[in-house]
Design a protein around this ligand. Sequence first.
Ligand code: FAD
Ligand code: ZN
Length: 484
Amino acid sequence: MTEPAVQALLDGLTRIVGPSHLHLRAAPQDTALAAWENDWRRRSQGQALAVVLPGSTEEVAAVVRLCADAQAATGVSIVPQGGNTGLVVGSTPDASGQQIVLSLRRTQAVRAIDRANLTITVEAGCVLQTLQAAAQEAGFLFPLSLAAEGSCTIGGNLGTNAGGTQVVRYGNTRDLCLGLEVVTAQGTIWHGLSGLRKDNTGYDLRHLMIGSEGTLGIITAATMKLVPLPAAQLTAWAAVPSLDAAVALLALAQQRLASGLTGFEVMGQFALSLVARHFPQLAVPLYQGTPWCVLLENSDHESEAHARAQFESLLEAALEQGCVTDAVVAESLTQARQLWQIRENIPLAQAQEGLNVKHDISVPISRIPEFVRHADALLQQALPGVRLVNFGHLGDGNLHYNVQAPEGCDARAFLAQHEEAINTLVFDAVDRFAGSISAEHGVGSLKIDKLTRHKSAVALDLMRAIKRALDPTGLLNPGRVVRP
Ligand code: FAD
Ligand code: ZN
């Protein structure tokens, strides 16, 4: 039987959103809420008190106020959720059965496009791909792109300050946002949907909210930057003899293509061999005789012919200097898409190969080759035969330095025994090279306990002070990012 205070809370939520937008568990083993309770990587299976889907900012605020009022009597807290594609267990409830999942998926409208201001204002539940399509339809590019774009939401992208494949040119989600509308932990609405590019009236609350993973406020809408659509986007694939050569190629590409360089991804031979093994139809080019391949994108505002000529001249210079041994420029959009598909299928190929330890570390670009040599050697010494699936956004100094069990080994048992040691080894190496243990995916609950070792005590104190000031009762996403 449900306790009266909990029942009153559920009745109140039903009144706010209507019975069809409140989902409850009918029986203890009921799996009806599983889509909201399990994280994308199936690392955690939570148990929600209820899933609530408000249809407007006012409804979000009313839900938060009701939960705040009921918190003392029921122990309820709120987990904001968008597309639930996050990779650090931050958008799903814990096992207590006391958390409400507040899904933003019903608030998904494109509210306005301001052409002269180059901005688009959208609600938090808008799927990234829908936002990209709305921008394109209006003749603009919304330059945030990641493999989860078909299901992640702009609210979640802002919540995690997502990166993706075009950061080298356009920055992270943070750099694309001009204004926010946010429901606070007290259930008030901060109307901060400014389209201003300059505003120095005090602390930048927008940047405080971005990347806070639902722990400081609930983003309900955002004003995002648009850029003019390029006349042509060309993709090239290059074999490089070493990571040092890849870094040299990056410098050359930045110099030759300048702001036209919109993508620079590196992929190790083993990562590509997994794509070749699990997705043979993708026909991975040039990877067999080289330790690394690089995917480059050139966005040109003049013409395709101009972009091609620039690319060819860049690759010729790179071949001459020895930082590239072979290269192809995609002849068509279809071919370009295929090359990107190979890059985007690495995580899926890796998943098919078996369980693995995922990392999204960053170090200064100049130190990447040395970092990889150092960490590879330590891992091989500690766990002989371990396989390194290394790929990522070299243009941002961000590698997905993933670790797979030795061939033929029981991956689950291997991980159970060694995951902690692998993380410690990799994260300590990251510290040694002045890097970050999470460049893109965030902290969630997966890395919360790692921060004490890898972030300064002063920084953690400041983070705690901010959390206590904005959410003193720990209503919003407790147990994520920082403990009070
Ligand atoms: P969710 O997973 O629902 O939530 C993520 C976090 O944000 C949670 O802490 C949640 O509480 C919070 N949150 C969600 N909505 C709101 C809101 N409205 N207000 C406040 N907080 C909110 N990340 C990258 O950075 N780069 C990549 O290239 C990349 N590639 C990916 C590829 C795949 C196949 C997958 C599955 C994930 C990838 N990610 C990548 C992870 C990335 O964090 C998410 O895809 C995306 O940013 C999360 O959006 P979401 O709507 O799914 O958020
Ligand atoms: Zn990434």
